[in-house]
Design a protein around this ligand. Structure first.
Ligand SMILES: C[S@@+](CC[C@H](N)C(=O)[O-])C[C@H]1O[C@@H](n2cnc3c(N)ncnc32)[C@H](O)[C@@H]1O
Length: 188
């Protein structure tokens, strides 16, 4: 049975054991990720890495949805999808003119059917995108990377994550990036 791992938007950082994909350079597979369908069969992929890539994709919302529909289609049940992006309130996000899309943990939770059903039951207004697009991802983990500015203000090694999140809701440049892990749900 095929067990494919994809490093999408690999740039110059190719991962051993993965198919490294990019629209530029000399990847294993040259493909524009905004062009559909992607060149892999349905239910063949067990792991996907998008390391500092998703913020470059899907300026057009339908294209962004198309990317998540393709990730869902090619993945097997319980496949892991790692998404690393700059924090939308850090200047790294604004420095690069090819950054066109903000990606947040809550934004990824919109693709969870379980969350969608809970929000509908509780009368919440969050867009139930998992149900609308018929895709299903669970956000399993979010690691937030404090910035150098944070450590200048709080040099202690043990980071108070709650304080960091509270302050980052008000001030810029405190969180550098989100590192998020999704799991693909196909058993319902
Ligand atoms: C910031 S670099 C990150 C590269 C690598 N993942 C890393 O961590 O070093 C973003 C990469 O996404 C690729 N990329 C941007 N838009 C793309 C698209 N539509 N299809 C495929 N690759 C794309 C770029 O060519 C670039 O190599």
């Amino acid at each position: 049975m095929s067990d494919i791992k994809l490093n999408l938007g690999c740039g110059e950082r190719k991962f051993p054991g993965f198919i490294n994909v990019d629209k530029f350079g000399t990847p294993d597979v040259k493909h524009d990720l905004e062009s559909f369908p992607w060149p892999w069969e349905s239910n063949t992929v067990s792991e996907i890495a998008l390391i500092h890539v998703l913020e470059h994709l899907g300026k057009d919302t339908e294209i962004y949805f198309g990317i998540f529909k393709e990730i869902y289609r090619v993945c097997k049940h319980e496949a892991k999808v790692r998404i690393v992006v700059p924090h939308f309130r850090h200047e790294f996000f604004y420095d690069d003119p090819t950054h066109v899309r903000v990606v947040t943990p809550l934004g990824l939770k919109l693709f969870s059917k379980k969350q969608n059903k809970l929000w509908i039951k509780n009368g919440a207004a969050n867009s139930p995108l998992g149900l609308y697009l018929n895709i299903d991802f669970e956000l399993k983990q979010t690691v937030i990377k404090p910035s150098q500015d944070w450590f200048r203000l709080h040099p202690e090694q043990n980071v108070d994550i709650n304080l960091l999140q509270q302050k980052s809701a008000i001030y810029n440049n405190l969180i550098e990036q989100y590192d998020m892990q999704l799991e693909v749900i196909k058993d319902n």
